[in-house]
Design a binder for this molecule. Structure first.
Ligand code: ASP
Ligand code: MG
Length: 423
């Protein structure tokens, strides 16, 4: 008998029919003797619908005041979900009670639309559990110190669930979603991609930050910090499959590099097309230049990812970096109008049609030659590498966007990811 947190995504909560299925699944866990806290998302499409309404009324640029109201509006999607799920459980004969973020309360900072959870008071939830109830808590939302409703950013219910699991020291946090686990790469790009039975927390963190969209990255950071065992599994299996089978399905995100872990050197191929590259040419090669360029970019609130500085010729060097595609025009503008002239640089160029492809695996820590194999694979396909960056457990390259799928497929194959896993 354990305390378990279930999280259900928008698709799993997508209709009253599906909500009834969720209730049946939760009831099965309760009847097996577990205590359950459930954190659902809004019904699929609902958050988009609410935010579109807001935009119709106020198409202007966001201000702190408008962002407060966006959270007020967006948070209602989850409130409907928890109420419906509580009703469905009661109809199943299972005592259940629902709470919004502010009722628990889930305390956050005041960064509207991307708030961070600071603390969760679990007294009320514990009392209900002790009274034999399933407790259903809204995902995605919280409340700040001044009593304003906040939301945690798109996909934030994952983080809510892990935070609740951490606060309550739950035995496991099960993330039920519309895929049946974490894959070696996106199966839409590589049909031979296969599900991983287990993946380390470090790898999952890299995969989420590099473009694998299964989990909100903050939820993985949270799970890492508080060591919450987490599992991603499908909510589309029949609700009445045996509980042991369900508890072993999907992908476990684990902290121990133990016998559960596969022995592969590379566990997955991640990619994203959200970035753009900018280059500022012939900048003087002297102390303080990188700071002058990137400091100005940071001050404009633009996040920088990959950075490359060349060796200098005649005291001048080219400096390239990538930013989010949404910030591309702004970055070019900033470099041309302010930074370039200030540092005495040459031309400013850029390319928004790039993508980043990465190989990820904790096995890279102890194996040499993995990056070389990646470069050879890309060379064999005639793909030019524009930038490279590495960490202990990943190597990323920036390439022309039009070769993205080719690169992902070739790498998936080169690192033997499509082979059946050893039993
Ligand atoms: N409903 C919110 C969204 O669509 C939060 C979530 O689903 O995780 O982003
Ligand atoms: Mg989601």
């Amino acid at each position: 008998m354990a305390l378990i947190v279930h999280k259900y995504g928008g698709t799993s909560m997508g209709s009253t029919e599906r909500i009834r299925n969720v209730a049946k699944r939760v009831a099965k866990w309760v009847r097996a003797g577990h205590r359950l806290v459930v954190v659902p998302s809004a019904m699929s499409g609902e958050t988009n619908r609410l935010l579109a309404l807001a935009k119709e009324v106020s198409p202007e640029k966001a201000t702190p005041e408008t962002m407060r109201e966006l959270d007020m509006i967006a948070a209602t999607g989850e409130q409907v979900s928890v109420g419906l799920l509580a009703l469905a459980l009661q109809a199943e004969g299972v005592p259940a009670v629902s709470y919004t973020g502010w009722q628990v309360p889930v305390k956050t900072d005041s960064a509207y639309t991307k708030a961070r959870i600071e603390s969760i008071d679990d007294a009320r939830v514990r009392a209900d559990l002790a009274a034999g109830k399933v407790v259903i808590i809204t995902g995605f939302q919280g409340i700040d110190d001044d009593g304003h409703i906040t939301t945690l950013g798109r996909g934030g219910s994952d983080t809510s669930a892990v935070a609740v699991a951490a606060a309550m020291k739950a035995a496991e946090c099960l993330i039920y979603t519309d895929v049946d686990g974490v894959y070696t790469t996106d199966p839409r790009v590589v049909p031979e991609a296969r599900r991983l039975h287990a993946v380390s927390f470090e790898e999952m963190l890299e995969m989420a930050s590099l473009g694998s969209k299964v989990l909100q990255i903050r939820s993985v950071e949270f799970a890492g910090k508080y060591r919450v065992p987490m599992r991603v599994l499908s909510s589309f299996t029949p609700w009445d499959i045996p509980i042991d089978e369900e508890a072993r399905s999907g992908t476990l995100i684990t902290f121990e590099e133990d016998e559960n872990m596969e022995q592969a050197v590379v566990s997955g191929i991640a990619f994203n097309r959200d970035e753009a590259k900018v280059t500022i040419m012939r900048v003087p090669d002297r102390p303080g230049i990188a700071y002058q360029i990137l400091g100005a970019v940071a001050e404009a609130n633009i996040d920088v990812d990959v950075i490359v500085q060349n060796v200098s010729h005649d005291g001048k060097t080219d400096f390239s970096f990538t930013v989010h595609r949404n910030d591309y025009a702004r970055t070019i503008d900033l470099l041309k109008s302010k930074v370039g002239p200030a540092v005495g640089a040459g031309e400013v160029t850029g390319d928004a049609r790039i993508c980043k492809v990465s190989i990820v695996g904790i096995g890279m820590k102890s194996h040499v030659g993995i990056a070389a194999k990646m470069f050879r694979t890309l060379a064999d396909e005639g793909i030019n590498i524009q930038m490279i960056t590495t960490s202990e457990i990943k190597t990323s390259v920036v390439i022309d966007e039009k070769y993205m799928e080719l690169a992902v497929r070739a790498l998936h194959k080169a690192f033997d990811l499509e082979q059946p896993q050893p039993a």
